[in-house]
Design a protein around this ligand. Structure first.
Ligand code: ADP
Ligand code: MG
Length: 697
């Protein structure tokens, strides 16, 4: 089964969604996309070009028009990939296209409507049906994770705290490639469970977003399924194959507007564009085949999809289009992108017996628990035999449930026996009270031990059963649509899909061969005929030349446009950088700046600067105890000496109340008269209060 060193190209299919009311109200009616389903061709008409301009034609592995069914796309283009994943290959399906063209519709669809269920629910069905129909010597373990990349941060959608924690980190190991550290993964035993996982993630995605459509068009969602399968090989040992499936719903491919935005918004737009333009660069570098360096490290998305693009995986890309004429430019860009991706070569191979297979760990843990349980049972059986004088038969290896029931019965009997013995001790009149107490205590302890023992066994059994139930064994009915008729129907559908695919491939080959061999087959009877034929061919080639010229012009224009955009971004970022420099140069003392610079190191994994862990900054001193501000030792001594009030940190003036009783002194006669006069003239209560108040001083 293992196909080492074989390479295969990325499969690219294109899907066009039906025209909707919005399209019709916004632009002239009628789509600009035509499809030839038999040949797998998309023909695009430029609504602004004169009618004489030739239309653009692109050929893909398959095309799906507005009337296509979800089921057709799945059977023809996705089913073979999922089968490979079940056989131990890595597989990736990603949906690429402008917002609103049906990426989410293709990947998820309408869950409740069996006709409109997308790739993901169909894949769930497929995986679990396959497991239930496989041979009973196969054991499976299915795990699912769900994450999204938003503003270049990876968020775990199955972790309830995902909103509050920092983004997850990417790591790489030689065996399983790039992976996300600490990503939650849920073991799923059935379609229902894996659907619940999906729902949970979808809800988590929606909670963080104020506008779900807006959010989903700016973030990439990745649903990861790992299927591990263990099967005894010819050498008698169990071999494990691990297939990893990435189901990716990318952010909208339209460029986020950068004109007129600044600061945070600019950075945000730059980050959103980053992953997609990095993806474009990776695809170009791979498709080109000449450039040695593939810039996987430029973004989180490309690093995560590293294996899927030019590595150990089988990949299907679904490019989605809208038929509306106002989106001509975007549609053309999508088609070009998809056309380039066709040339990427992958080297898929079966992942056999990887070291980090979880299934192996599970099997070992189950074996350990089983051994422990058997030991316990053996011990209790021994005790039983001692108690009953060998009255029990050795059927320990019989049905586990029987053994369990026997153990329960034994515990009950033993409890009854101990209870009876206790009664007997209580009733014994010849025994001393102390002796009675001691014996009763002992029996009590024995009962306690027995119960503890039973509890421990129960816990162990529960753990064992829980672990074992997570492993799915082939041949068991985990879903009930395994009846023969349905199976036949499915097989027929698969055959038809396979047939259609082959037919299309042959048609495409015939077309290419036709063009090549045309001249070889031609024999001319007369000069006139030859001239005619050659003129016809010349016309054809001339048209082709015009097409290619137009294409070159288009690509050049696009190149200039994106270059201008990049230059603009660069200018804005340089301006921001200058602003930061200005602040640093003018407001941060050089020695402080140097201190900070010395502590910084660059982490290439995370593409970020980090502070040295070892050189922790000294802690700021806490305020002097009892004082509001820190004060020097000298000042503290000075305060203690009471020498100089300037060292008092606060309350420099003593403003305590003077509590000495008021006293009177005899005044001058003349002064007294004055006072009386003023009192009689002005007897306002305020004045009185002022006087009284001053007295208290
Ligand atoms: P995207 O995820 O690319 O932004 P959606 O999947 O949300 O786009 O699709 C936008 C709308 O178009 C949805 O209402 C969806 O139901 C509809 N739609 C997309 N593709 C199809 C299709 N092939 N057939 C019918 N409706 C479709
Ligand atoms: Mg979407």
């Amino acid at each position: 089964m293992s196909k080492n060193k074989s390479s295969e190209s990325v499969k690219v299919v294109v899907r066009c969604r039906p025209l909707n009311q919005k399209d019709e109200s916004n632009g002239p009616a009628g789509g600009i996309v035509q499809m030839d389903l038999r040949l797998g061709q998309v023909i695009l008409r430029n609504p602004r070009a004169p009618a004489s301009e030739p239309q653009k034609t692109f050929t893909f592995d398959a095309v799906y028009d507005a009337n296509s069914k979800q089921r057709d796309l799945y059977d023809e283009s996705v089913r073979p990939l999922i089968d490979s994943v079940l056989a131990g290959f890595n597989g990736t399906i990603f949906a690429y296209g402008q917002t609103g063209t049906g990426k989410t519709y293709t990947m998820q669809g309408v869950w409740m409507d069996p006709e409109k269920r997308g790739v993901i629910p169909n894949a769930f069905d497929h995986i679990f049906t396959h497991i239930s129909r496989s041979q009973s010597d196969k054991q499976y373990l299915v795990r699912a994770s769900y994450l999204e990349i938003y503003l270049e941060e990876i968020r775990d959608l199955l972790d309830p705290k995902h909103g509050s924690t920092r983004g997850l980190e990417l790591r790489e190991n030689p065996e399983s490639g790039v992976y996300v550290r600490d990503l939650t993964s849920c073991v799923c035993k059935s379609i229902k469970e894996i659907e619940e996982v999906m729902n949970m993630g979808n809800q988590a995605r929606a909670v963080g977003a104020t506008d779900m459509n807006e959010h989903s068009s700016r973030s990439h969602a990745l649903f990861l399924i790992t299927v591990e399968c263990s099967q005894p090989g010819p050498d008698g040992r169990k071999h494990i194959r691990v297939g990893r499936l990435n189901l990716v719903d990318l952010a909208g491919s339209e460029r986020q507007a950068k004109t007129g935005v600044q600061g945070e918004r600019l950075k945000e737009a730059a980050k959103i564009n980053l992953s997609l333009s990095a993806l474009g660069n990776v695809i170009s570098a791979l498709a080109d085949g000449r450039s040695g360096h593939v810039p996987y490290r430029d973004s989180k998305l490309t690093r995560l999809l590293q294996d899927s693009l030019g590595g150990n995986a089988k990949t299907v890309m679904v490019a989605t289009l809208g038929p509306a004429s106002q989106h001509y430019d975007e549609t053309l860009t999508t088609l070009r992108y998809a056309n380039r991706a066709k040339n990427i070569q992958n080297q898929p191979r079966v992942n056999e017996d990887p070291k980090d297979a979880l299934l192996r760990e599970f099997q070992m843990e189950i074996a350990r628990l089983r051994a422990q349980l058997n030991h316990r049972r053996w011990r209790s059986k021994q005790k039983r035999e001692q108690a009953d004088g060998d009255g029990w038969d050795e059927d320990a290896e019989g049905e586990e449930d029987m053994v369990e029931k026997e153990a329960e019965d034994y515990v009950k009997l033993e409890e009854q026996r101990l209870e009876m013995e206790k009664e007997a001790i209580r009733g014994d009149q010849f025994m001393l009270a102390e002796e009675k107490q001691r014996l009763l205590g002992e029996k009590e302890r024995m009962m306690g031990d027995l119960r503890k023992e039973q509890e421990a066994t129960e816990q162990l059994t529960a753990k064992y059963k829980a672990m074992e139930s997570k492993l799915l064994v082939g041949g068991k009915n985990i879903i009930d649509h395994t009846n023969e008729q349905q199976k036949m129907l499915e097989m027929k559908r698969q055959e038809i899909a396979e047939q259609t695919r082959k037919e299309r491939e042959i048609q495409q080959q015939v077309l290419i061969q036709d063009e090549e061999t045309l001249e070889l087959r031609e024999t001319f009877t007369s000069l006139q005929q030859e001239v005619e034929a050659k003129t016809k061919k010349l016309k054809k080639l001339y048209a082709k030349l015009q097409c290619i010229k137009a294409e070159i012009q288009d690509v050049n224009d696009e190149h200039v446009r994106s270059r201008q955009e990049l230059e603009q971004t660069q200018n804005e970022l340089t301006r921001e950088l200058k602003f930061k420099y200005l602040i640093i140069e003018n407001f941060i003392p050089p020695e402080e700046k140097n201190k900070i610079m010395n502590r910084l190191t660059f982490d290439p994994e995370e593409d970020q600067w980090r502070f040295h862990k070892s050189l922790q900054m000294k802690k700021r001193p806490t305020s002097a105890v009892g004082y509001k501000r820190p004060i020097s030792q000298y000042a503290r001594v000075a305060i203690a000496m009471g020498a100089n009030s300037r060292y008092r940190a606060e309350n420099i003036m003593f403003l305590e109340l003077d509590m000495t009783p008021p006293h009177t002194t005899s005044l001058d006669r003349s002064l007294e008269a004055d006072l009386n006069q003023s009192h009689s003239l002005d007897s306002s209560p305020t004045k009185e209060r002022v006087v009284r108040k001053s007295q208290s001083w």
